[in-house]
Design a protein around this ligand. Structure first.
Ligand SMILES: [Zn+2]
Length: 263
């Protein structure tokens, strides 16, 4: 485990076509900007293999393994979780969860895959393979939290990625006991409720991420693709909202990342 105080972009999708042929360049640009690495997040079991392969090519890139709710109608090979999860570069399960903002795949399909996936993770956990779990939850807090509670996975292992909701949802996830992660949305002018919510969380339960290639933060909102180097702007926004220095915020976020992901 490292003791670096530099940030990591804890959630991006560097296997997406936007980054084809430019991952090394983006990771180098991130280092130059004070971002010491990134976690490239899996969306399907086929993509989990791609994420692992890519992470093995770069010292400062890690990956996850899991099925995103919006990809829950793609072919699934659950044996991939164990296969990819066995590698040191795979530091989390996910992203997994529920999405009521989009109507496809149908909610019932998302639910079936979520429950199967949690069962797989529980069985891997019984076999000694324990990792943090990245949640995708859009307009579905009241559906998702009871399902997580009924699993035997402990609540402090979960992070609600890309939090864009308001104080009520923040209180629900904090009461549950999870971590929360913010994207560029936090920097947007019209995100007042999310900014208000960002001040409610204990400082040691917060992470930052870009969710690249999507959601570039201000002042780069029109940048496409978004990229790991821009995670700095989300950390700085969080610092200004919470009234602490950018340096103190970055150091805290680096500690949180190390405590949660082990990197
Ligand atoms: Zn994502």
């Amino acid at each position: 485990m490292t003791t670096s105080t530099a940030l990591i972009d804890t959630h991006c999708h560097l296997t997406f076509p936007d980054f084809e042929g430019r991952v090394a360049e983006e990771l180098k640009a991130a280092s130059a900007a004070g971002v010491r690495g990134a976690i490239t997040i899996s969306t399907s079991t086929a993509n989990a293999r791609e994420c692992l392969s890519l992470s093995q090519l770069h010292d400062n890139l890690w990956c996850s393994a899991g099925v995103h709710p919006l990809y829950s109608d793609e072919p699934i090979d659950w044996s991939v979780l164990k296969e990819v999860g066995a590698h040191a570069k795979c530091v989390a399960w996910g992203e997994l969860g529920l999405d009521r903002h989009h109507t496809q795949p149908p909610f019932q399909t998302q639910l079936t895959v979520l429950e199967a996936q949690l069962a797989e993770i529980e069985s891997l956990e019984r076999a000694g393979m324990t990792k943090p779990i990245i949640l995708h939850c859009r307009d579905a807090f009241s559906d998702l939290i009871p399902i997580l509670k009924s699993s035997c996975l402990s609540s402090n292992r979960f992070v609600f990625h890309c939090f864009t909701a308001g104080p009520a949802e923040m209180r629900a996830l904090l009461d549950f006991g999870a971590m929360v992660s913010f994207t560029g949305v936090l920097t947007y002018k019209n995100a007042k409720a999310t900014q208000e919510a960002a001040c409610l969380s204990p400082i040691d339960r917060v992470l930052v991420e870009t969710d690249s290639p999507f959601l570039a933060p201000e002042p780069h909102r029109l940048t496409r693709p978004n990229a790991p180097r821009l995670v700095i702007h989300i950390a700085d926004k969080l610092a200004s909202l919470r009234g602490i220095t950018p340096e103190a915020m970055r150091a805290q976020l680096a500690l949180n990342c190390t405590a949660f992901f082990g990197i």
